[in-house]
Design a protein around this ligand. Sequence first.
Ligand code: FAD
Ligand code: NAP
Length: 548
Amino acid sequence: MSDIEKNAGNQEIDTDVDAVVIGAGFAGLYMLHLLRDKLKLKAEVFEAAEDVGGTWYWNRYPGARCDIPSHHYSYSFSPEIEKEWTWSEKYAGQPEILEYLEFVAKKLDLRRDIQFNTRVTSAHYDDARQRWTVKTDTGREVRARFFIPAVGTLSDANIPKFNGHGNFEGEVYVTGRWPKEGVNFSGKRVGIIGTGATAMQAIPIIAEECSHLTVFQRTPNYGTPLRNEPMDPEVDRQVKANYRELRKQAWDSFAGVPFDRLKPSALADSPEERRAQYEACWNDGGFSLWIGCYQDTLFDKEANRYAADFVREKIRSRVRDPKIADMLCPPVSQAYGTKRQPCETNYFETYNRDNVTLVDIKASPIAEITPTGLKTADQEYKFDILIYATGFDAFTGALFRMDIRGRDGLSLKDRWSAGPRTLFGLCAHAFPNMFTITGPQSPSVLFNMPLGIEMHCEWIADVIAYMDREGLGAIEAEVAEEDKWIAKTKELADATLLPEATSWYLGANIPGKPRVFMVYLGGGKNYKAIIAESAAKGYAGFVMEKSR
Ligand code: FAD
Ligand code: NAP
């Protein structure tokens, strides 16, 4: 087929490719590798940033790092990459993870098929041709059989529009869009809105560098210590010698990271045993207390209350002023771990510093952004730098920013207006040949994401290979199967305490977003078995069309 062709509307289509992938984070990079190097297809990647990295390109705020150990938070598909790369810390910082992704891109020669500084604005499906037409803000128009938005579940920064938005005359930063050149805090008064996982990483470091930091907190969080440390060369050697076994253990665990202390029930233990277990998990750091401690922590209110009380007690022991400690302790009505567990380093101790002020904006909400700072209902605050650490429009934000239209011009935004509709979080009815990676209704953000990404990319590559072998031109989810999957996702979530929280897992952080729990909570291993079984049965649950 010629590269320059006329389409039905007589407009020039400048390229025909097998697949368009959007995004050059963990997902887009691996997807490109599989499509191009394994399936020998022609694939083109569009990325809004000027280089690879995704999350780790954009989130350069001070303190950004992973909270799944680096040996796990990395690709598993290439023993060679595993062997060649050495992490310098137990939990790598953003610069090192970015360097790792740059290393992978170079090793696999991926950049030559990625168009950087290019944002995809629309993608429309043409049923008659079984093709997607993808347009970019640089004027490109590309036609592809497969459309793979690997746009990230946490890539669309949420910037609340308070009264007076845009009026602040000092420097304004968004953590998820942090400038490459960094920010000089020296001698500056800083205001930061938000106390989620991002803010908890950034606040202790900014506090050390600036003259004064004011933290605007709407909801206190159950942060627990990360306990990062330099990589022990002996640990690294052992991991590398046993990587296959380690990855197997990761796959066998609920969230894609193994924990060896996990016990069935907090209720079954005596108070002394419980205390010892909590202390041990607390000392392990990371997610140990959250998902590596007791299996019923996120299922049973009483079990949850024990863990919540334990964390509250720890917060109080770390903060000198009891009034500030009160403000930092999540209330009993907020169950532990139902919002994503933030892992921190010296976060609570930071409030013992003279140059840090905590403001409760639930009690006294932000009334207005002013040229010199902000006003709450009862006070005015002045600063030189304003930081939004206000999270993301998760799961659907980056998808809805594009004009995605499936069969008969149906818009994805309209189709999903009451919440995402997918089968396995991979495909959607009326959007043939569109695949999402770690999308809504998959284990997604409640699973070690590089592993989840690999699972999805490999499934997608397999289905494309199958379609080519069988002469098939289109695949989409059956409506009834979507309905069953949505019900299954809801049923699994409803068995836990997670839907009770006002979290971004439910879209509750974005005004007007439907409150639907968007993560499949059956565990990565079960999920993998389900999607593998569908594939083994000739992609049961999906409708396939012959190639036209
Ligand atoms: P992303 O890395 O988000 O990449 C998506 C890319 O798509 C972006 O570069 C974006 O610019 C691009 N894009 C989006 N829309 C368009 C468009 N219309 N046109 C062109 N380009 C577009 N997960 C874990 O499992 N463990 C962790 O410890 C962990 N730590 C995290 C820390 C932070 C600060 C954040 C924000 C997330 C963290 N995550 C973690 C989740 C993290 O997002 C994933 O682990 C992973 O990096 C996602 O990769 P991805 O390729 O799916 O998406
Ligand atoms: P977040 O958890 O959604 O936190 C956003 C913060 O901003 C919350 O404190 C929120 O308050 C506040 N906020 C949002 N809108 C507001 C408004 N209109 N008014 C006042 N306050 C507002 O976002 P995040 O901290 O960026 O983290 C998002 C996810 O990214 C994490 O959960 C995690 O999955 C990932 N992440 C991981 C790490 C890591 O350690 N590896 C680090 C950072 C991020 P409310 O709680 O009241 O909504």
